[in-house]
Design a binder for this molecule. Structure first.
Ligand SMILES: [Zn+2]
Length: 344
């Protein structure tokens, strides 16, 4: 089959790799119907040292089951399924508490002999715990929104949930990327009435407003903090959803959060220190967030998508064929695309 291989910064190719097959009784083989490129795929795309052998990539996909191992119950060939960005058994203590990202028998796509999502097919380990069946056909008009359940939308949702967003909280969302916009949609879904979106790409913040943002702040850094403070009577907001991952963004987050408030951060952080200094301590600010257990949220979010109450798939603004995946990376890296959907 054909699959995406990253050979280094700026060097993404589609190559022939071995066809996936059942190796363990708990495996399934899924033919990929749609996949996508994640903002976190851009980190290796921008920095990976050149490698002759390269590495598989991609962790967001939905597709049709082609084969199942003898131990996979509840799924059969022909089922349309979505895969969260981490695979998990669904039965260990962490999985049972909804923290599938810490699964004792789970792992990541595109490493340790497991296929990546940006290819024609994937061997899915722990298929019964990992996959979620979708009650629609592969020609469904909802496919983009259903694909968003694999990572981007649950990641934004995790940010809002861990921050404790509810109808009584004011919210600042930092970042107008696909995760930031998903966080806006999530905050709205959780009942927030005031959602300030910090971002400066008008086409993206326009979608943020459609998703529920009530105000847009285009300034960044100290000016952005000042603007949010102005808008909130000097107090800042109860919750801040940091969806960028850069040190400047987390600094802004502590600047705009109100006393007693909560900062949540999602998306692979590109910093190893958080500025929780004495001043932040004196203001009783909580820091939360982390990697999103997407598998835990899919059953909760799926009905809203199926019934058309929310359309998180609007974050996809470009579609490429698998053979053109390199163009998709380029478009996301130079920000001409918000999020790229890949069709094998
Ligand atoms: Zn588990």
């Amino acid at each position: 089959m054909r699959a995406t291989i990253i050979h280094g910064a700026g060097d993404v190719r589609v190559e022939t790799v071995p066809d996936p097959k059942i190796l363990e009784p708990t495996d399934a083989v899924v033919r990929v119907v749609s996949a996508c490129i994640c903002g976190s795929d851009l980190w290796p795309y921008q920095s990976m040292p050149a490698s002759e052998q390269g590495a598989r990539i991609g962790h967001e996909f939905l597709g049709v089951i082609e084969d199942t191992g003898s131990g996979v119950e509840g799924f059969k060939p022909g089922d349309l399924v979505v895969a969260p960005f981490v695979w998990s058994d669904g039965t260990c203590d962490f999985c049972l508490q909804g923290l599938q990202t810490s699964c004792r028998h789970g792992g990541m796509w595109a490493r340790d002999g497991v296929d990546g999502g940006q290819g024609e097919a994937v061997r899915v380990p722990q298929a019964a715990g990992t996959l979620v069946k979708l009650p629609v056909g592969e020609d469904s008009a909802l496919l983009a929104s259903l694909l968003s359940l694999s990572d981007v939308f649950p990641t934004g949702y995790h940010c809002a949930r861990t921050a404790g967003v509810n109808p009584r909280t004011t919210v600042t969302v930092i970042g107008d990327g696909a995760v930031g916009l998903s966080a806006v949609l999530s905050a709205k879904r959780l009942g927030a009435e005031r959602i300030i979106l910090m971002g400066r790409h008008t086409d993206r913040t326009d979608l943020g407003v459609e998703f529920g943002a009530t105000e847009v702040v285009t300034e960044r850094g100290a000016e952005g903090v000042e603007r949010v403070r102005e808008l909130t009577g000097g107090d800042g907001t109860h919750t801040v959803l940091e969806c960028v991952g850069l040190i400047e963004a987390i600094e802004t987050a502590f600047g705009v959060v109100g006393d007693g408030g909560t900062v949540s951060r999602v998306g692979a952080p590109q910093y190893d220190q958080v500025p929780m200094d004495f001043g932040v301590f004196m203001r009783n600010v909580t820091l939360t967030g982390g990697v999103a257990p997407a598998r835990a949220y899919i059953p909760e979010l799926l009905p809203d998508v199926l019934e058309g109450r929310i359309k998180p798939g609007k974050v996809f603004d470009q579609t490429v064929a698998l053979d053109d995946v390199a163009a998709g990376y380029e478009a996301m890296a130079d920000r001409t695309a918000l999020k790229v959907l890949v069709r094998p």
